[in-house]
Design a protein around this ligand. Structure first.
Ligand code: NAD
Length: 360
Protein backbone atom coordinates (compact mmCIF):
# COMPACT_ATOMS: atom_id res chain seq x y z
CA UNK A 1 0.00 0.00 0.00
CA UNK A 2 1.32 3.46 -0.87
CA UNK A 3 -0.55 5.13 1.96
CA UNK A 4 -1.65 3.74 5.29
CA UNK A 5 -4.09 5.39 7.69
CA UNK A 6 -5.16 4.43 11.17
CA UNK A 7 -8.88 5.11 11.70
CA UNK A 8 -10.66 4.90 15.05
CA UNK A 9 -14.23 3.61 14.70
CA UNK A 10 -16.72 4.72 17.36
CA UNK A 11 -19.93 2.89 16.47
CA UNK A 12 -21.75 3.93 19.65
CA UNK A 13 -25.39 3.05 20.14
CA UNK A 14 -28.69 2.37 18.39
CA UNK A 15 -28.30 2.23 14.60
CA UNK A 16 -24.59 3.15 15.01
CA UNK A 17 -23.13 -0.35 14.49
CA UNK A 18 -25.39 -1.02 11.47
CA UNK A 19 -24.45 2.14 9.57
CA UNK A 20 -20.77 1.84 10.58
CA UNK A 21 -20.59 -1.66 9.02
CA UNK A 22 -21.63 -0.14 5.68
CA UNK A 23 -19.14 2.75 5.93
CA UNK A 24 -16.26 0.39 6.71
CA UNK A 25 -17.15 -1.86 3.77
CA UNK A 26 -17.14 1.04 1.30
CA UNK A 27 -13.91 2.45 2.75
CA UNK A 28 -12.21 -0.92 2.33
CA UNK A 29 -13.42 -1.16 -1.26
CA UNK A 30 -12.26 2.34 -2.22
CA UNK A 31 -8.97 1.67 -0.42
CA UNK A 32 -8.37 -1.44 -2.57
CA UNK A 33 -9.17 0.54 -5.70
CA UNK A 34 -6.83 3.45 -4.95
CA UNK A 35 -4.10 1.60 -3.09
CA UNK A 36 -4.91 3.19 0.27
CA UNK A 37 -4.57 1.03 3.37
CA UNK A 38 -6.86 1.50 6.38
CA UNK A 39 -6.15 0.07 9.80
CA UNK A 40 -9.43 0.21 11.75
CA UNK A 41 -9.43 0.29 15.56
CA UNK A 42 -12.76 0.01 17.36
CA UNK A 43 -13.35 1.81 20.65
CA UNK A 44 -16.26 2.39 23.02
CA UNK A 45 -18.26 5.59 23.46
CA UNK A 46 -21.72 6.62 24.71
CA UNK A 47 -24.16 4.11 26.14
CA UNK A 48 -22.13 1.12 24.97
CA UNK A 49 -19.15 2.49 26.93
CA UNK A 50 -21.30 3.18 30.01
CA UNK A 51 -22.54 -0.44 30.01
CA UNK A 52 -19.03 -1.85 29.61
CA UNK A 53 -16.98 0.53 31.78
CA UNK A 54 -19.34 2.85 33.71
CA UNK A 55 -18.14 5.92 31.78
CA UNK A 56 -19.35 7.50 28.50
CA UNK A 57 -15.79 8.23 27.31
CA UNK A 58 -13.24 5.81 28.79
CA UNK A 59 -9.68 7.20 28.92
CA UNK A 60 -8.58 4.35 26.66
CA UNK A 61 -11.00 5.52 23.92
CA UNK A 62 -9.64 9.07 23.97
CA UNK A 63 -6.09 7.73 23.85
CA UNK A 64 -6.85 5.51 20.83
CA UNK A 65 -8.50 8.49 19.09
CA UNK A 66 -5.54 10.78 19.78
CA UNK A 67 -3.10 8.37 18.20
CA UNK A 68 -5.12 7.80 15.02
CA UNK A 69 -5.26 9.78 11.77
CA UNK A 70 -9.02 10.32 11.93
CA UNK A 71 -12.05 9.31 13.98
CA UNK A 72 -15.22 8.01 12.35
CA UNK A 73 -18.17 8.24 14.75
CA UNK A 74 -21.70 6.91 14.21
CA UNK A 75 -24.14 8.01 16.94
CA UNK A 76 -24.66 7.77 20.66
CA UNK A 77 -27.61 7.70 23.06
CA UNK A 78 -30.78 5.76 23.78
CA UNK A 79 -33.77 5.57 26.10
CA UNK A 80 -32.10 3.21 28.59
CA UNK A 81 -29.48 5.83 29.55
CA UNK A 82 -31.84 8.84 29.71
CA UNK A 83 -32.34 8.64 33.47
CA UNK A 84 -28.64 8.58 34.44
CA UNK A 85 -27.16 11.67 36.16
CA UNK A 86 -26.01 14.23 33.57
CA UNK A 87 -22.25 13.60 34.02
CA UNK A 88 -22.82 9.93 33.14
CA UNK A 89 -25.08 10.44 30.12
CA UNK A 90 -23.93 9.23 26.66
CA UNK A 91 -23.84 12.86 25.36
CA UNK A 92 -21.01 13.56 27.82
CA UNK A 93 -18.93 11.18 25.73
CA UNK A 94 -19.29 13.45 22.70
CA UNK A 95 -18.48 16.63 24.64
CA UNK A 96 -15.44 14.94 26.17
CA UNK A 97 -14.24 13.83 22.75
CA UNK A 98 -14.59 17.36 21.31
CA UNK A 99 -12.71 18.86 24.24
CA UNK A 100 -10.05 16.11 24.32
CA UNK A 101 -9.27 16.51 20.62
CA UNK A 102 -9.56 20.34 20.74
CA UNK A 103 -12.05 20.39 17.88
CA UNK A 104 -12.78 24.07 17.23
CA UNK A 105 -14.17 23.93 13.69
CA UNK A 106 -17.46 22.29 12.83
CA UNK A 107 -18.24 21.69 9.14
CA UNK A 108 -21.81 21.05 8.04
CA UNK A 109 -22.55 20.71 4.33
CA UNK A 110 -26.00 21.27 2.89
CA UNK A 111 -26.14 19.94 -0.63
CA UNK A 112 -29.31 19.41 -2.60
CA UNK A 113 -29.17 16.12 -4.45
CA UNK A 114 -31.32 16.28 -7.60
CA UNK A 115 -32.79 12.85 -6.78
CA UNK A 116 -34.14 14.07 -3.42
CA UNK A 117 -35.13 17.60 -4.35
CA UNK A 118 -38.77 16.93 -3.47
CA UNK A 119 -37.76 16.28 0.16
CA UNK A 120 -36.84 19.98 0.51
CA UNK A 121 -39.47 22.14 2.18
CA UNK A 122 -38.63 24.90 -0.35
CA UNK A 123 -39.64 25.17 -4.00
CA UNK A 124 -37.55 23.29 -6.57
CA UNK A 125 -36.46 26.49 -8.37
CA UNK A 126 -35.16 27.97 -5.08
CA UNK A 127 -33.06 24.98 -3.97
CA UNK A 128 -31.94 23.38 -7.24
CA UNK A 129 -28.13 23.27 -7.35
CA UNK A 130 -27.61 24.41 -3.73
CA UNK A 131 -24.25 23.28 -2.34
CA UNK A 132 -23.25 25.07 0.88
CA UNK A 133 -20.66 24.38 3.57
CA UNK A 134 -21.20 26.04 6.94
CA UNK A 135 -18.01 26.38 9.01
CA UNK A 136 -18.95 27.08 12.64
CA UNK A 137 -16.55 28.04 15.43
CA UNK A 138 -17.21 25.42 18.11
CA UNK A 139 -15.26 26.16 21.28
CA UNK A 140 -15.56 29.92 21.84
CA UNK A 141 -18.07 32.76 21.61
CA UNK A 142 -21.10 33.27 23.82
CA UNK A 143 -21.42 29.60 24.85
CA UNK A 144 -18.13 29.74 26.75
CA UNK A 145 -17.39 33.45 27.38
CA UNK A 146 -17.02 34.74 30.96
CA UNK A 147 -18.78 36.09 32.95
CA UNK A 148 -21.74 33.75 32.61
CA UNK A 149 -24.46 32.81 35.05
CA UNK A 150 -27.53 34.11 36.83
CA UNK A 151 -26.62 36.72 39.45
CA UNK A 152 -28.60 38.69 41.97
CA UNK A 153 -28.49 42.48 41.73
CA UNK A 154 -28.42 44.87 44.71
CA UNK A 155 -32.21 45.13 44.55
CA UNK A 156 -32.55 41.34 44.71
CA UNK A 157 -33.58 41.05 41.07
CA UNK A 158 -32.05 38.18 39.14
CA UNK A 159 -29.87 39.00 36.14
CA UNK A 160 -28.83 36.42 33.53
CA UNK A 161 -25.49 37.00 31.82
CA UNK A 162 -23.62 35.47 28.91
CA UNK A 163 -20.65 37.08 27.23
CA UNK A 164 -19.72 36.92 23.57
CA UNK A 165 -15.93 36.91 23.39
CA UNK A 166 -13.51 36.17 20.58
CA UNK A 167 -9.78 36.76 20.62
CA UNK A 168 -7.85 37.52 17.44
CA UNK A 169 -6.22 34.10 17.72
CA UNK A 170 -9.56 32.28 17.90
CA UNK A 171 -10.91 34.20 14.90
CA UNK A 172 -7.77 33.62 12.85
CA UNK A 173 -7.69 29.86 13.41
CA UNK A 174 -11.34 29.32 12.35
CA UNK A 175 -10.86 31.82 9.54
CA UNK A 176 -7.89 29.89 8.13
CA UNK A 177 -9.83 26.61 8.22
CA UNK A 178 -12.73 28.26 6.39
CA UNK A 179 -10.55 29.93 3.73
CA UNK A 180 -8.81 26.62 3.17
CA UNK A 181 -12.11 24.80 2.74
CA UNK A 182 -13.45 27.49 0.41
CA UNK A 183 -10.28 26.98 -1.62
CA UNK A 184 -11.13 23.27 -2.00
CA UNK A 185 -14.69 24.16 -3.07
CA UNK A 186 -16.06 27.11 -5.08
CA UNK A 187 -13.49 29.67 -3.79
CA UNK A 188 -16.15 31.93 -2.27
CA UNK A 189 -16.30 32.61 1.46
CA UNK A 190 -19.11 34.53 3.16
CA UNK A 191 -18.35 35.63 6.71
CA UNK A 192 -21.46 36.10 8.84
CA UNK A 193 -21.47 38.47 11.81
CA UNK A 194 -23.43 41.26 13.46
CA UNK A 195 -20.75 43.93 13.06
CA UNK A 196 -23.32 46.75 12.89
CA UNK A 197 -24.17 46.17 16.58
CA UNK A 198 -21.51 44.00 18.25
CA UNK A 199 -17.89 45.06 18.81
CA UNK A 200 -16.84 41.43 18.94
CA UNK A 201 -18.29 41.03 15.44
CA UNK A 202 -16.40 44.12 14.21
CA UNK A 203 -13.17 42.47 15.35
CA UNK A 204 -14.31 39.25 13.61
CA UNK A 205 -14.88 41.15 10.36
CA UNK A 206 -11.55 43.04 10.60
CA UNK A 207 -9.63 39.78 11.07
CA UNK A 208 -11.42 38.08 8.16
CA UNK A 209 -10.49 41.02 5.89
CA UNK A 210 -6.90 40.78 7.11
CA UNK A 211 -6.77 36.99 6.56
CA UNK A 212 -8.14 37.35 3.03
CA UNK A 213 -4.70 38.68 2.02
CA UNK A 214 -3.26 35.21 2.65
CA UNK A 215 -5.89 33.67 0.36
CA UNK A 216 -6.02 35.92 -2.73
CA UNK A 217 -7.72 33.20 -4.78
CA UNK A 218 -10.76 33.14 -2.43
CA UNK A 219 -13.44 35.82 -2.79
CA UNK A 220 -14.52 37.10 0.66
CA UNK A 221 -17.92 38.68 1.33
CA UNK A 222 -19.77 39.64 4.53
CA UNK A 223 -23.38 39.40 5.67
CA UNK A 224 -25.11 40.38 8.89
CA UNK A 225 -26.60 37.29 10.50
CA UNK A 226 -30.22 38.43 10.17
CA UNK A 227 -29.76 38.97 6.44
CA UNK A 228 -27.90 35.65 6.08
CA UNK A 229 -30.81 33.80 7.72
CA UNK A 230 -33.16 35.47 5.24
CA UNK A 231 -31.02 34.86 2.15
CA UNK A 232 -30.61 31.17 3.01
CA UNK A 233 -34.32 30.57 2.44
CA UNK A 234 -34.91 33.28 -0.18
CA UNK A 235 -32.06 32.60 -2.61
CA UNK A 236 -29.48 30.12 -1.22
CA UNK A 237 -27.76 29.25 -4.51
CA UNK A 238 -24.99 31.91 -4.46
CA UNK A 239 -23.64 30.65 -1.10
CA UNK A 240 -20.55 28.46 -1.28
CA UNK A 241 -18.71 28.42 2.08
CA UNK A 242 -20.01 30.29 5.13
CA UNK A 243 -17.88 31.01 8.22
CA UNK A 244 -19.36 32.23 11.46
CA UNK A 245 -19.15 32.12 15.25
CA UNK A 246 -20.56 29.55 17.63
CA UNK A 247 -24.05 30.96 18.25
CA UNK A 248 -24.80 32.15 14.71
CA UNK A 249 -23.33 28.91 13.32
CA UNK A 250 -25.48 26.76 15.57
CA UNK A 251 -28.60 28.35 14.12
CA UNK A 252 -27.51 28.81 10.49
CA UNK A 253 -26.12 25.27 10.12
CA UNK A 254 -29.49 23.79 11.13
CA UNK A 255 -31.30 26.18 8.83
CA UNK A 256 -29.02 25.33 5.90
CA UNK A 257 -29.30 21.59 6.62
CA UNK A 258 -33.06 21.77 6.51
CA UNK A 259 -32.90 23.05 2.93
CA UNK A 260 -32.15 19.41 2.05
CA UNK A 261 -35.07 18.03 4.06
CA UNK A 262 -33.55 14.63 4.84
CA UNK A 263 -31.74 13.94 8.12
CA UNK A 264 -30.49 10.47 7.14
CA UNK A 265 -28.34 12.08 4.41
CA UNK A 266 -26.38 14.72 6.33
CA UNK A 267 -22.71 14.28 7.30
CA UNK A 268 -20.53 16.57 9.44
CA UNK A 269 -16.92 17.05 10.45
CA UNK A 270 -15.21 18.63 13.45
CA UNK A 271 -11.58 19.65 13.06
CA UNK A 272 -8.77 20.80 15.35
CA UNK A 273 -5.31 22.06 14.55
CA UNK A 274 -2.96 19.18 15.20
CA UNK A 275 -5.09 16.31 16.47
CA UNK A 276 -7.33 14.05 14.35
CA UNK A 277 -10.76 15.28 13.25
CA UNK A 278 -14.06 13.56 14.05
CA UNK A 279 -16.45 12.74 11.21
CA UNK A 280 -20.06 11.82 12.00
CA UNK A 281 -23.62 11.98 10.70
CA UNK A 282 -25.79 14.86 11.91
CA UNK A 283 -28.55 12.47 13.01
CA UNK A 284 -28.71 10.61 16.34
CA UNK A 285 -28.83 6.93 17.20
CA UNK A 286 -32.48 6.50 16.06
CA UNK A 287 -33.39 4.01 18.81
CA UNK A 288 -36.89 3.65 17.30
CA UNK A 289 -35.50 1.73 14.31
CA UNK A 290 -32.28 0.26 15.80
CA UNK A 291 -31.62 -3.42 15.06
CA UNK A 292 -34.34 -3.56 12.39
CA UNK A 293 -32.21 -3.07 9.28
CA UNK A 294 -34.13 0.13 8.48
CA UNK A 295 -31.41 2.76 8.98
CA UNK A 296 -30.17 4.89 6.11
CA UNK A 297 -26.36 4.49 6.02
CA UNK A 298 -25.78 7.34 3.54
CA UNK A 299 -25.01 10.10 6.10
CA UNK A 300 -22.39 7.75 7.58
CA UNK A 301 -20.90 7.03 4.16
CA UNK A 302 -20.85 10.76 3.34
CA UNK A 303 -19.14 11.34 6.71
CA UNK A 304 -16.50 8.84 5.61
CA UNK A 305 -16.17 10.86 2.39
CA UNK A 306 -15.64 14.04 4.45
CA UNK A 307 -13.01 12.16 6.45
CA UNK A 308 -11.19 11.30 3.23
CA UNK A 309 -11.44 14.85 1.85
CA UNK A 310 -10.86 17.03 4.93
CA UNK A 311 -9.16 14.65 7.38
CA UNK A 312 -6.83 12.62 5.16
CA UNK A 313 -6.56 14.80 2.04
CA UNK A 314 -7.66 11.97 -0.27
CA UNK A 315 -10.05 13.85 -2.58
CA UNK A 316 -10.24 11.13 -5.25
CA UNK A 317 -11.41 8.53 -2.73
CA UNK A 318 -13.94 11.04 -1.36
CA UNK A 319 -15.23 11.73 -4.88
CA UNK A 320 -15.71 8.00 -5.44
CA UNK A 321 -17.85 7.57 -2.33
CA UNK A 322 -19.97 10.61 -3.21
CA UNK A 323 -20.41 9.37 -6.78
CA UNK A 324 -21.49 5.95 -5.48
CA UNK A 325 -24.20 7.63 -3.37
CA UNK A 326 -25.50 9.49 -6.43
CA UNK A 327 -25.48 6.24 -8.44
CA UNK A 328 -27.58 4.28 -5.92
CA UNK A 329 -30.06 7.15 -5.76
CA UNK A 330 -30.15 7.26 -9.58
CA UNK A 331 -30.90 3.52 -9.50
CA UNK A 332 -33.95 4.43 -7.32
CA UNK A 333 -32.78 2.64 -4.14
CA UNK A 334 -34.29 4.28 -1.05
CA UNK A 335 -34.36 3.50 2.67
CA UNK A 336 -37.62 4.20 4.49
CA UNK A 337 -36.70 7.73 5.59
CA UNK A 338 -36.25 8.96 1.98
CA UNK A 339 -38.79 6.65 0.33
CA UNK A 340 -41.21 8.05 -2.24
CA UNK A 341 -43.67 6.63 -4.72
CA UNK A 342 -42.20 4.39 -7.45
CA UNK A 343 -38.82 3.94 -5.70
CA UNK A 344 -37.30 0.62 -4.50
CA UNK A 345 -37.45 0.27 -0.71
CA UNK A 346 -34.28 -1.29 0.74
CA UNK A 347 -32.86 -1.85 4.22
CA UNK A 348 -29.49 -0.73 5.58
CA UNK A 349 -27.64 -3.86 4.45
CA UNK A 350 -29.09 -3.85 0.94
CA UNK A 351 -28.25 -0.15 0.61
CA UNK A 352 -24.68 -1.06 1.61
CA UNK A 353 -24.55 -3.75 -1.06
CA UNK A 354 -25.89 -1.33 -3.66
CA UNK A 355 -23.18 1.17 -2.70
CA UNK A 356 -20.48 -1.48 -3.09
CA UNK A 357 -21.85 -2.40 -6.50
CA UNK A 358 -21.91 1.27 -7.48
CA UNK A 359 -18.25 1.60 -6.44
CA UNK A 360 -17.40 -1.30 -8.76
P1 NAD B 1 -32.45 10.93 15.88
O1 NAD B 1 -31.69 11.69 14.85
O2 NAD B 1 -31.79 9.74 16.43
O3 NAD B 1 -33.85 10.46 15.24
C1 NAD B 1 -34.85 11.38 14.76
C2 NAD B 1 -35.75 10.65 13.74
O4 NAD B 1 -35.01 10.47 12.52
C3 NAD B 1 -36.16 9.25 14.20
O5 NAD B 1 -37.47 8.99 13.73
C4 NAD B 1 -35.20 8.32 13.50
O6 NAD B 1 -35.71 7.03 13.25
C5 NAD B 1 -34.91 9.09 12.21
N1 NAD B 1 -33.53 8.84 11.74
C6 NAD B 1 -32.39 9.36 12.24
N2 NAD B 1 -31.34 8.90 11.58
C7 NAD B 1 -31.80 8.05 10.65
C8 NAD B 1 -31.19 7.23 9.66
N3 NAD B 1 -29.86 7.19 9.47
N4 NAD B 1 -31.98 6.47 8.88
C9 NAD B 1 -33.32 6.50 9.01
N5 NAD B 1 -33.96 7.24 9.93
C10 NAD B 1 -33.20 8.02 10.73
O7 NAD B 1 -32.84 11.97 17.03
P2 NAD B 1 -33.60 11.72 18.41
O8 NAD B 1 -34.68 10.69 18.22
O9 NAD B 1 -33.94 13.05 18.90
O10 NAD B 1 -32.49 11.13 19.38
C11 NAD B 1 -32.27 9.74 19.62
C12 NAD B 1 -31.02 9.57 20.46
O11 NAD B 1 -29.91 10.03 19.71
C13 NAD B 1 -31.04 10.38 21.76
O12 NAD B 1 -30.49 9.60 22.77
C14 NAD B 1 -30.18 11.59 21.46
O13 NAD B 1 -29.55 12.11 22.60
C15 NAD B 1 -29.18 10.98 20.51
N6 NAD B 1 -28.53 11.94 19.59
C16 NAD B 1 -27.23 11.70 19.32
C17 NAD B 1 -26.57 12.50 18.40
C18 NAD B 1 -25.14 12.18 18.07
O14 NAD B 1 -24.71 11.07 18.32
N7 NAD B 1 -24.41 13.10 17.51
C19 NAD B 1 -27.25 13.55 17.75
C20 NAD B 1 -28.59 13.74 18.03
C21 NAD B 1 -29.24 12.92 18.96
Amino acid sequence: MTKQYCITLLSGDGIGPEIMTVAVAVLKRVGEQLDIGFEFKEALIGGAAIDATGEPLPAETLEICKTSDAVLLAAIGGYQWDTLPSHLRPERGLLGLRAGLELFANLRPAKILPQLINASPLKREVVEGVDIMVVRELTGGIYFGQPKGVFETETGEKRGVNTMVYTEGEIDRIGRVAFDIARKRGKKLCSVDKANVLEVSQLWRDRMIQLAQEFPDVELSHLYVDNAAMQLVRYPKPFDTIVTGNLFGDILSDEAAMLTGSIGMLPSASLGTSKPGVFEPVHGSAPDIAGQDKANPIAQVLSAAMMLRYGLDEPEAADRLEQAVLKVLDADYRTGDIMSLGMKLVGCQAMGEALLEALG
